[in-house]
Design a protein around this ligand. Structure first.
Ligand SMILES: [Zn+2]
Length: 464
């Protein structure tokens, strides 16, 4: 008898961890970091709810930290098995995990230097060395649907999920002594028709389905993200104000650069200085350019006329901290793209400290803002927020561009499900805040009449 337990992305969008236990093996699908409020982040510090050393292998759907960022800690706790992922995911993990470790170390260091910690000394959750140990376990597998042996009794098939470079939906086949079962994990599901990477491919048949629900209760804006960017940048240029775009270094940052370059070439906006203030985003941009097998037709076409479709016409280097500080001190119309996307760490905080109180500045949210993050507070219109331990007033303009999300909204998720060749026995809706997950469950029941569950944290189901 096999079971599936939900140790993350239950009641929240972060910390994805799904544990499959069969008669013969234990496999963890995704190994994400919890992000957001204190209660969630505390879980990263607790002992893992299952013995890390007893897990035979990990399967990773995609590189985002909320799906991979717990791996260094997990390895530190004794996990030694292989970590299976696509080539694009491995490229990005090699950038993201050490960076996540550096952020943990820098934050602990900052708290110690400024004595803003309840724990003396503040320790990082893990170090860059831990991240390097985790990366040694990576095993690259094709993203083409070909079966891959994970452990003796478990196989997996990876297919493009269209969310970020390398992102995969993963079908897991479990062979128990007397029966076999399959579970399809949607991973994070991309939007259709977004630039650069391919659309999600149709899902294969499966006995069980685990589907994300980040936008289970919402539809994306009708305003095209590119049109919204044009409007906001023209307005800022006219006023001579700064535009700060907190963006995930991977995926969102590349799309923004792609659209700004197009808008410049189409003469719809003036050419402004653009600072991509994230060494990680710069490295990810190279990974995107290199993995030609994941490019959609439009991007492949753009490459024929422009050698660098992911560069705007006046890009500033911001790889070092000094360069970043110089950009922070600049005046006039300019665009700063900085991680992290939810303003819960990274260089964006230093820009936020300066620009949130600036009436002439615009902060543009282009991705999902999880509850408890600084980004969510600012997006929700709080008038005063704490940044790097200091209270600052929020006087800048706030804009939100919904259509930029890397996640399918509920109609797109239903469109993807319509491609399933046969109904699953049971569907588990995860990776959504409670209202979104319940709404997604209701949409699936209404449209297909399938049996749908919304699992709780730590809940375990028999795959009978
Ligand atoms: Zn993701």
């Amino acid at each position: 008898m096999s079971t599936l337990a939900f140790w993350g992305a239950a009641g929240t969008v972060t910390g994805s961890k799904y544990l499959i236990e069969s008669d013969r093996a234990r496999v963890l699908v995704d190994c994400g970091l919890f992000q957001g409020g204190h209660d969630l982040r505390d879980r990263n510090w607790q002992e893992p709810p299952f013995n890390a050393a007893s897990v035979n292998a990990c399967i990773i759907t995609h590189a985002h930290i909320d799906h991979t960022g717990y791996l260094p800690r997990f390895v530190n706790h004794g996990f030694r098995g292989p970590i299976y992922c696509s080539a694009g995911t491995a490229d990005l993990m090699k950038i993201l995990l050490p960076d996540s470790a550096r952020l943990q170390e820098e934050e602990a260091d900052y708290r110690n230097r400024h004595k803003i910690t309840k724990h003396l000394p503040a320790l990082p959750l893990y170090t860059e060395q831990d991240a390097r140990e985790a990366l040694k376990l990576l095993q690259v597998v094709p993203n083409t649907g070909a079966p891959v042996r994970i452990v003796k009794s478990i196989e997996a098939e990876f297919r493009i999920a269209g969310h970020i470079l390398g992102s995969s939906q993963v079908l897991v086949h479990i062979d128990d002594k007397d029966e076999s079962r399959s579970v399809l994990f949607s991973g994070d599901l991309g939007k259709y028709d977004q630039p650069i990477i391919r659309d999600p491919v149709a899902p294969p048949a499966a006995d069980y389905l685990v589907i994300e629900s980040t936008y289970g209760d919402r539809l994306h804006d009708i305003e095209e993200p590119k049109d919204a960017l044009e409007r906001i940048i023209k307005d800022a240029a006219a006023r001579g104000g700064a535009v700060l775009i907190p963006a995930f270094a991977v995926g969102r940052a590349q799309e923004i650069l792609y659209f700004i370059r197009e808008l410049e070439e189409e003469k719809r906006i003036p050419v402004l200085p653009v600072c991509l203030d994230s060494p990680m985003a710069a490295a990810a941009t190279q990974a995107y350019a290199r993995r030609t097998e994941e490019h959609d037709a439009e991007f492949a076409d753009a490459l024929k006329t422009t050698p660098t479709p992911l560069r705007t016409h006046s890009m500033l280097a911001c790889s070092t901290r000094d360069e970043s500080k110089r950009v922070n001190g600049m005046q006039g119309a300019r665009i700063i793209v900085a991680a992290s996307g939810m303003m819960n760490g990274g260089r964006v905080l230093h820009h936020a400290l300066r620009l949130l109180p600036d009436e002439n500045a615009t902060v543009v949210f282009v991705g999902y803002q999880a509850g408890g993050t600084l980004g969510r507070r600012v997006a929700d219109g709080e008038k005063q927020v704490k940044v790097l331990g200091q209270w600052v007033p929020v006087k800048c303009r706030i804009e939100k561009i919904g259509g930029f999300s890397a996640h399918a909204d509920w109609k797109e998720a239903v469109r993807w499900l319509e491609g399933m060749p046969s109904p699953p026995r049971r569907v588990f809706v995860t990776h959504g805040e409670p209202d979104a997950a319940q709404a997604m469950a209701a949409h699936i029941r209404d449209r297909f009449g399938w049996t749908v569950e919304v699992p709780q944290y730590g809940e375990r189901f028999e795959l009978s």
